[in-house]
Design a protein around this ligand. Structure first.
Ligand SMILES: [Zn+2]
Length: 273
């Protein structure tokens, strides 16, 4: 029995493989993670660890070759990360500024129950049991952004949809689709609002739109840009030339608003605006 298990184990390479490299006087650990992906990828983490993500049945030789060809790049990436400052994080303390719809609001923390966040007059009043605990304040705010996002993003989606369908290029597409299918409505599925780390929005083939709750902290024009981007996907599913032509027709100059999304939604002081 034991030998059978041993034989089986030898036939299947372990899913995780770890080894140490030494290149250009830089020592680093490499971890190989296999998953149901199709291509090889390399990630240098801030800790200096190198991760190779590989398809389940990719040959070890192929992984070695992939790694060997990129050793110089890996060392450069490790050094660049080591020299770049760690991005600052909010402290969730009194007087810090957090954006709501692109406008800075000063945090005002008070002790009390039940937890509640009230926004108004350039202030965000956060009431919770332990206002000195940044994690608790953060949790309150995350819950608040989500609640607000559900209302605000739904309203903006309706508004954008109305304007979008009136854009001549869009109206023509809708008409053509209606002539083909006999349906007069270009259905938008349901809206989901979620906290996401890597994207602002997404659109499924069925027309369901998912928006990042953190959008509620961004200026309305940036929110609309994300929504109109997803509405364009109802007509062109991939980021093709036709997709960008439609995007430009629906929101001329939209690229000017793109940078608003990448700016931090908080700051320590009002005067650093
Ligand atoms: Zn897209």
């Amino acid at each position: 029995m034991g030998s059978m298990l041993g034989a089986k184990h030898r036939m299947n390479p372990p899913p995780l493989y770890h080894r140490q490299y030494d290149h250009q006087q830089q020592t680093f650990d490499v971890v190989i993670k296999r998953s149901r992906r199709k291509t090889l990828a390399i990630h240098v983490l801030r800790t200096g660890l190198v991760e190779i993500r590989a398809p389940l049945h990719c040959a070890w030789q192929q992984i070695d070759d992939f790694l060997d060809a990129r050793l110089d790049w890996i060392v450069a990436a490790i050094q660049q990360l080591a020299n770049s400052p760690v991005p600052e994080a909010p402290a969730y303390c009194d007087g810090e500024y957090h954006d709501y719809l692109g406008e800075p609001h000063e945090l005002l923390l008070v002790r009390g129950k039940p937890s509640q966040v009230v926004v108004g007059a350039g202030q965000l009043l956060v009431r919770c049991a332990a206002p000195g605990d940044p994690l608790q304040v953060q949790q309150c705010l995350l819950k608040f952004w989500r609640q607000r996002a559900l209302l605000v993003l739904d309203e903006r989606l309706r508004d954008c949809r109305r304007r979008f369908d009136q854009v001549p290029a869009v109206a023509a597409l809708i008409q053509r689709k209606a002539a083909l299918s006999g349906e007069s409505e270009n259905a938008v599925g349901k809206l989901t609002v979620r906290r996401m780390t890597a994207r602002w929005g997404s659109c499924s083939r069925g027309g369901d739109i998912c928006l990042n709750a953190a959008l509620v902290q961004k200026p309305p024009v940036a929110i609309d840009m994300v929504i109109i981007h997803e509405l364009c996907h109802l007509h062109h599913f991939s980021h093709s030339k036709a997709f960008y032509a439609l995007m430009e027709a629906a929101m001329p100059g939209w690229r000017d608003h793109e940078s608003l999304l990448n700016q931090p939604s908080w700051r320590r002081q009002a005067d650093s605006l």
